[in-house]
Design a protein around this ligand. Structure first.
Ligand SMILES: NC(=O)c1ccc[n+]([C@@H]2O[C@H](COP(=O)([O-])OP(=O)(O)OC[C@H]3O[C@@H](n4cnc5c(N)ncnc54)[C@H](O)[C@@H]3O)[C@@H](O)[C@H]2O)c1
Ligand SMILES: N[C@H](C(=O)O)[C@H](O)COP(=O)(O)O
Length: 335
């Protein structure tokens, strides 16, 4: 087995008017005695310095040594500091730059994984951001000229469930039309690979949800299951992946909780995210599969109201940091 070197995790600051700064500081307080969870944050030191010990670092390698005594910050220059709860479009370039820097450090092997704090995508569009979210932006940043662009897959974990999405931030009418058999086959392969390399599940049992009520009731309440989803499942089984035909979305999550399925592939954003966020809003983690780097995130958004009230909970960010470390270590072990 090759010797592996542990690098710190790179946190992005997220929207500085949201919960990001508060939950980052609280996560550091809880994890500072846990060297394996060492991280540095890419952001403005002024967001944190009035509240706690901060050390500005010039290189990620400096983070682990000082992690116990101060929050390591890789500083972004010239960023306005917004009032909590009051999003400011002038912060958008720095929010984007933090993500770009984190991805570049991971690709260079200077950080083990990227953990993103929440962003408000609408705020970023004025600054030239062109993606529906981190998921697609990070995939674009990982693209290289020599290889096909990565197909990013959103996976939410929490409440005992692992749920990947066949469509993400698409209007519901368009999401239904976007489902195709080849896309579902490719998705099933990515989820199966990730279960093995990132989660250490070597013979994963995976379920497709149906799109229609009762998974189409034999074609009488819609035909997507018969025409699109089940043919994908059949192709995946033919290459040795344990993939179920489309199962009723109202019961498959309960089936997974019995241990029958290790992961579920849901057809639409809310179909998959409602069960996870309802069961475990505070412990839920969003990760991106299908990339050359590990990326996780809390499952919640910018929470401007919680930020302004000063009562932001760090639980989901802490879960995201721990999951990033676990996925990275599993991936190194299976490399
Ligand atoms: N990973 C991400 O970047 C990410 C994830 C989800 C949503 N978003 C974005 O966040 C913005 C707001 O979305 P939303 O209102 O649907 O969801 P939200 O998760 O921001 O808020 C939902 C509720 O949860 C509360 N909340 C969220 N995080 C909290 C925390 N850490 N502690 C205490 N309370 C918390 C909020 O105050 C609010 O009442 C949108 O622009 C959305 O796109 C970003
Ligand atoms: N769909 C996610 C959720 O609701 O939690 C969220 O918007 C985050 O998306 P990105 O990770 O792509 O920013």
């Amino acid at each position: 087995m090759s010797k592996t070197v542990t690098k710190p995790l790179a946190l992005t600051m997220g929207d500085p008017a949201g919960v990001g700064p508060q939950i980052t500081m609280a996560a550091w307080q809880q994890l500072r005695d846990s060297p394996e969870h060492s991280f540095f944050v890419i952001g403005a030191p002024e967001l944190y310095a009035p509240h706690m010990a901060v050390e500005v670092i010039s290189h990620p390698d400096d983070a682990s040594d000082i992690f116990r005594k101060a929050l390591p910050v890789l500083a972004l220059a010239n960023m306005p500091i917004p009032a909590l709860g009051e999003p400011n479009a002038d912060t958008a370039p720095a929010i984007i730059a933090a993500i770009e820097t984190a991805v570049s450090l991971c690709l260079d092997g200077q950080a083990d994984a990227i953990v993103t704090n929440p962003i408000n995508k609408a705020l970023l569009y004025g600054a030239g951001f062109k993606h529906p979210g981190h998921t697609e932006f990070i995939a674009a940043l990982c693209a290289s000229e020599s290889e096909a662009p990565p197909q990013p897959v959103m996976l939410l974990t929490g409440g005992g469930l692992r749920v990947a999405l066949a469509t993400i931030h698409a209007p519901l009418r368009e999401a239904c039309d976007a489902l195709t058999t080849p896309a579902l086959v490719s998705l099933g392969e990515i989820v199966s690979t990730a279960m093995r390399q990132d989660f250490g599940i070597f013979d994963p049992q995976i379920a497709f949800t149906g799109l229609n009520p009762h998974a189409g009731e034999g074609g009488t309440i819609g035909r997507e299951e018969i025409d699109i989803i089940n043919p994908a499942a059949e192709q995946l089984r033919a290459v040795g992946i344990n993939m179920s035909d489309a199962r009723s979305a109202d019961t498959v999550f309960a089936e997974a909780l019995t241990g029958r399925f290790d992961a579920i592939i849901a057809m639409t954003h809310d179909q998959g995210l409602i069960p996870v966020k309802t069961l475990d809003f505070w412990g839920g983690v969003n990760s991106t599969l299908g990339l050359p780097i590990v990326r996780t995130s809390p499952d919640h958004g910018t929470g401007y109201d919680a930020a302004a009230q000063g009562n932001a909970r760090p639980d989901s960010l802490i879960a995201a940091i721990k999951q990033a470390r676990l996925m990275t270590d599993n991936r190194k072990r299976t490399a």
